[in-house]
Design a protein around this ligand. Structure first.
Ligand SMILES: Cc1cc2nc3c(=O)[nH]c(=O)nc-3n(C[C@H](O)[C@H](O)[C@H](O)COP(=O)(O)OP(=O)(O)OC[C@H]3O[C@@H](n4cnc5c(N)ncnc54)[C@H](O)[C@@H]3O)c2cc1C
Length: 381
């Protein structure tokens, strides 16, 4: 094993794997050596979904996709096609295995299972693991704690428990994914159910919560059991479970890192604070990094549009301070905008004029109060 690499990537997860694979797609004149370090030798399986067009580097891994998406709340439901995009499902383990198989064919990359304790800034950054020390020209890292001394503590989490269930008789409409069904009790937590029907007899049904405190597993189980029994059937069997939490927070507003220590994935703010989705944002960031390397430019930090950081800050503030308003806010958002527009807004691709129209239909007081409480507009360095 070498002691010096051109690139070191810390974290073989969603962002690190995408970056490593994309770097290896460059010629060996440009990319000579990569060390990919991950603390864990195994990958924890997750269901990754995202909306995107049907042309991207991971199309071969899409196991199921839905052209139509549904939003439901009390007394209101809408199902709409989102063409040219679709809602796409990738099993993260397939993604991991695909990348690892790809790496096995290229001698420029080495994989090390070890915990990185620290990254020291130098002309050639020093990466310190449990047992070894490496230097590199550039290091990429996904764990925010490795790069930011004062990384804010996560205060709001998106938490979920999902059951993959199977039924004996056709039960699900497998042409429509339910992004949010808010027609469940929201008195204790902001919560909704998310449904991915893989076939007419198999679906992932997931209870999702946005909260600043962690919910007991029994809470989700009760909601899921009740929901499935009322909406579908009592005759089903649970074939697998998915449990997790995603931080809902803004990227660090200060980044004094040198140009050769580069945050990616979670550390780069690729998890959108208001939604928890990150797959496509990591894909876009990877593309930016590869473009910069190809054009021999400095790999800059991920740039975010300030106004979307500001909207996310307001949204997080409402989740914390006025959680009982969220169900109504979502209702208004989906009732007065097409799903395409909502997704475009969440992709941060709407114009200021479109944003104004979206906010026009949202209840004013929660946002004005949040504006008042959020003294400082988040900025992006
Ligand atoms: C159950 C579940 C379902 C999800 N569903 C979706 C979805 O549908 N769509 C979506 O877009 N997102 C989804 N997400 C979120 C998504 O998985 C994460 O946002 C994404 O994985 C973050 O990418 P990352 O590369 O920053 O971190 P990760 O993918 O978490 O990878 C980080 C890696 O770094 C390693 N690591 C951390 N610290 C160190 C260290 N000090 N030294 C060495 N290695 C280290 C870890 O072992 C890990 O392998 C889901 C998350 C969960 C938990």
């Amino acid at each position: 094993m070498k002691k010096h690499y051109q690139y070191i990537i810390v974290g073989a997860g969603c962002a690190g794997l995408q970056l490593a694979k994309s770097l290896l797609q460059l010629s060996s004149n440009v990319v000579q050596s990569i060390l990919l370090i991950d603390a864990s030798a195994t990958h924890e399986e997750k269901s990754w979904c995202f909306w995107y067009n049907k042309d991207h580097p991971y199309r071969h891994l899409v196991k199921k996709e839905w052209d139509a998406v549904q939003f439901i709340t009390d007394n209101y439901a809408t199902t709409q096609k989102i063409a040219p995009k679709s809602y796409q499902f990738i099993n993260s383990l397939d993604f991991y295995n695909d990348c690892i198989a790809y790496f096995a064919t290229d001698s420029r990359i080495e994989i090390l299972h070890n915990t990185v304790l620290e990254i020291q800034p130098h002309q050639q950054p020093i990466v310190v693991t449990n047992t070894d020390t490496f230097t590199c020209d550039t290091v990429f890292f996904t764990n925010p704690k490795l790069g930011f001394k004062a990384y804010p503590k996560t205060t709001i989490w998106q938490q979920f428990l999902g059951w993959t269930i199977e039924t004996e008789v056709p039960t699900f409409d497998d042409t429509v994914a339910t992004m949010m069904d808010f027609s469940i009790d929201n008195t204790k937590f902001i919560s909704f159910v998310y449904i991915l029907p893989f076939s007419t007899t198999k679906a992932l049904v997931e209870c999702t919560i946005f909260s600043d405190c962690l919910a007991e597993p029994t809470y989700y189980e009760a909601i899921l059991g009740d929901y499935i029994a009322k909406k579908f059937t009592i005759n089903y069997r649970i074939t697998s479970k998915e449990h997790g939490k995603i931080p809902m927070q803004l990227p660090p507003s200060e980044n004094a890192l040198p140009n050769n220590i580069i945050p990616i994935g979670t550390a780069a703010g690729c998890i959108k604070a208001s939604t928890g989705y990150s797959f496509v944002r990591a894909m876009m960031h990877t593309k930016e990094i590869i473009n910069a390397i190809t054009n021999q430019q400095v790999v800059g930090n991920r740039q975010f549009k300030k106004r979307f950081l500001f909207y996310d800050a307001l949204f997080l503030n409402i989740i914390q301070q006025a959680p009982n308003r969220m169900k109504y806010i979502f209702y208004k958002l989906f009732k007065y905008n097409t799903l395409r527009t909502v997704l475009q807004f969440l992709d941060e691709q709407t114009t200021l004029w479109q944003d104004a129209l979206i906010f026009l239909h949202l209840p004013k007081m929660p946002f004005l109060n949040a504006l008042f409480r959020t003294h400082k507009q988040p900025n992006n360095d």
